[in-house]
Design a protein around this ligand. Structure first.
Ligand code: MLC
Ligand code: AMP
Length: 505
């Protein structure tokens, strides 16, 4: 039986007692122990009636068991749908229903609230807590430590990751085994990962960066990870001496730089620092090199495509650029009007094609057709240009998107909530520069004639329905929104007017 993703990432380590996860409390989990847990979980999934191709949604704290659930899904051929732990019950309800998930795995503390959603949808519910306990773990305890891996091909789906959209409705990006595997193999080669690597892992494991880049690359190389629950500067400083590589969003690097404990001595032994998910300011790149002697390797990717470009491991890592197309990835810059390539060096839409590009959006053929051309090129929604040496510079976004601390936030989703509040005529949500998160959310509210909206009530309403990272950090009441002759809100004007709100002047 073959299952390309399982075989490459997990199967070959099943009987190895080599270290896989170093936990902050000093415990070490071997590859074999990790895979035994995954196999037991796979039995639970199969016994619960999940067949290959069924979806399993998981909103669980980061833990070895949470990662084993991913491995279990790959082994049982189940499509893994990880969800941000910050999502509210309102948000989760959409993902469970839209994906048609057959099983939802959540923290025990949320089970009662989620049962009210899963029951009417006919989905099963199990719990897995941050300490590895829960009804899933209970059911797994009596299962065998080996599982007969389900046969899959590279075309079969391995995961759904939901990404928000400009309409406010999230889209499930369908990722195949081949998408994930091709990218993992490419990155192992390009970034020279091997079994001696110890990756400092402080990212969440419900997004591309923490799961499909950091984890898959480590697994594909046979290496190990220092598995931290989150980015905590004290833990990171304590663990850096034991690591060979780290991957992070730019906020990790600005926070490290703000800490006097980051010294050349502390990280001299490190092999690699990678940044992505949001723009790394050239200043951060330069300051990091001056302090540590390391040039951060910046790369560019997205949920739908995994990684597209990377600065070179050996060649020049150029600050302010996201490097060169990865092997196997074709990149072109096109005109928005014609869809044809622009002149060399000109700015246009960034399009990519390759084995890394997803299979489309779940049950959304029109959205898929709008972004994924028949030729296989995916229109990323990012704007960029390629310089004379082939390095890609991202110069902006053609999509109304805010990236805060590496999390994507689509203004439309917040505007829909603000517009529905009493006393509100309309709203506009923008991203403004923020010295810690890169960008942060600001909401502009136009009241209905003669009314004074209650800002505290509006904040409570956004808290109830939207994940915390999406909450506007400022809500500003304005008389009207600037519009162009077509009647479209001029967000650039608003961004310029409020650009200094969250950066020290
Ligand atoms: C947490 N908060 C955020 C936030 N993260 N608010 C805005 N943006 C964020 N990213 C909230 C918290 O709930 C808290 O609210 C307050 O902000 C301050 O919290 P904090 O303690 O400073 O945050 P922290 O827990 O330290 O988290 C910050 C962070 C984290 C940057 C470490 O957000 C993070 O790990 N980001 C990584 C995201 C990621 O993995 N992106 C990859 C996507 S994949 P309060 O009210 O309680 O104070 C992708 C493709 C690709 O993009 O190319 O990789
Ligand atoms: P996501 O949908 O969460 O996968 O986010 C993908 C988006 O993050 C991309 O379309 C880019 O806008 C942005 N992104 C990822 N990496 C970088 C980077 N290195 N520089 C600038 N933007 C990036």
């Amino acid at each position: 039986m073959t299952n390309p993703l399982y075989d490459a990432l997990f199967g070959r380590y099943a009987d190895r007692s080599t270290p896989f996860l170093y936990m902050p409390d000093g415990t070490v989990l071997s590859h074999a122990d990790f895979l035994a847990t995954a196999a037991r979980f796979a039995h639970v999934l199969t016994d619960a009636g999940l067949a290959p191709g069924d979806r399993l949604a998981a909103q669980v704290d980061k833990s070895p068991e949470a990662l084993a659930l991913y491995a279990a899904c790959v082994q049982a051929g189940v499509v893994f749908l990880p969800l941000n732990t910050a999502y509210t019950t309102d948000e989760l309800s959409y993902f469970i229903e839209d994906s048609g998930a057959k099983l939802m795995v959540c923290d025990g503390a949320d089970a009662a609230a989620l049962k009210r959603i899963t029951d009417p949808l006919g989905a099963l519910l199990m719990s897995l807590n941050g300490d590895g306990t829960g009804t899933l773990a209970d059911a797994a305890a009596s299962k065998p430590a080996t599982y007969s891996t389900v046969q899959r091909s590279e075309d079969d789906l391995a995961a759904f990751l939901y990404t928000s959209g400009t309409t406010g409705r999230s889209k499930g990006a369908m990722l195949s085994q081949g998408n994930l595997l091709s990218n993992a193999k490419t990155l192992v080669t390009c970034w020279k990962f091997d079994a001696s690597d110890v990756l400092l892992h402080a990212l969440p494991i419900f997004h591309t960066h923490g799961l499909f880049v950091a984890t898959n690359v480590t697994l594909a190389a046979g290496g190990s990870m220092i598995f931290l629950p989150k980015f905590d500067p004290d833990q990171v400083m304590a663990q850096l001496p034991k690591a060979t590589a780290m991957m992070g969003v730019p906020t990790f690097y600005t926070r490290l730089l703000a800490d006097p404990r980051l010294t050349r001595d502390l990280v001299e032994h490190m092999r690699l620092f990678v940044s992505g998910s949001a723009p790394l300011l050239a200043d951060t790149h330069i300051e990091f090199e001056a302090r540590t002697g390391h040039r951060i390797l910046e790369r560019y990717g997205m949920t739908e495509t995994n990684m597209n470009t990377s600065n070179p491991y050996d060649g020049e890592r150029r600050a302010g650029t996201v490097g060169l197309p990865l092997p196997g990835v074709e990149l072109r810059i096109t005109s928005r009007a014609t869809g044809e390539p622009v002149a060399p060096g000109d700015v246009g839409q960034i399009e990519v094609r390759g084995p890394n590009v997803f299979k489309g959006y779940w049950k959304m053929p029109e959205k898929t057709a709008a972004e994924l051309r028949d030729t296989g090129f995916f229109i990323t929604g990012d704007l960029g240009k390629v310089d004379d040496d082939g390095y890609l510079h991202i110069v902006g976004r053609d999509k109304d998107l805010i990236i805060s601390g590496g999390y994507n936030i689509y203004p439309k989703e917040i505007e829909l909530v603000l517009d529905a509040q009493p006393g509100v005529l309309e709203s506009a949500v923008i991203g403004v520069p923020h010295d810690d998160f890169g960008e942060t959310v600001v909401g502009l509210i136009v009241p209905l004639a003669g009314e004074t909206p209650d800002i505290e009530d509006i904040k409570s309403a956004t808290s109830a329905s939207l994940a915390k990272f999406k909450h506007p950090r400022a809500l500003i009441v304005v008389d009207e929104l600037p519009r162009n002759t077509m009647g479209k809100v001029q967000k650039a004007v608003l961004r310029a007017a409020h650009k200094d709100l969250f950066v020290p002047t």
